[in-house]
Design a protein around this ligand. Structure first.
Ligand SMILES: [Fe+2]
Length: 143
């Protein structure tokens, strides 16, 4: 498989919220680290430790966003969007946990499928869901 990087954080993916943008870059780097670890067939212990890092960092990042949501979402509609947003975060975390389990049991990992998931999820989530949250925050801050 090609050794390519997951890269999406161009202009259109910048939320304008410094902390979130910084965390997105770190998250992206960690996704690339996981991909590279699998690609280079690093030892099971090293790969598991990189995946553990991705999981803990993603939970930390989701928590940052979820605290902002609680602070800024007021209307029923905004709260419903938050529910969907949080569900997407949980889906990502579950997928990484399942990767951890596979690594632990030394099961086959379909790397192409994992890469498609990571790239697809980050692209879709950052460009749509996180940008919607950023718009809400910017809008409330201007009021
Ligand atoms: Fe998010």
């Amino acid at each position: 498989m090609k050794d390519y990087q997951i890269s999406i954080l161009n202009e259109s993916a910048v939320t304008g919220i410094e902390e979130i943008d910084r965390q997105h870059r770190n998250l992206l780097n960690l996704c690339n680290d996981v991909n590279n670890a699998l690609e280079k067939n690093l030892s099971s212990i090293s790969t598991r430790s990189i995946v553990r890092e991705l999981l803990s960092y993603s939970i930390y990042h989701f928590n940052t966003e979820e605290l902002l949501m609680q602070e800024y979402a007021c209307t029923e509609e905004e709260k419903a969007e938050i529910g969907e947003h949080i569900a997407q975060h949980r889906q990502f975390a579950r997928r990484i946990v399942s990767l951890q389990e596979k690594l632990l049991k030394r099961e086959y990992i379909d790397q192409e499928e994992l890469l498609v998931f990571l790239t697809g999820w980050i692209n879709d989530h950052v460009l749509n869901t996180d940008m919607a949250l950023a718009r809400l925050i910017h809008q409330k801050q201007e009021q």
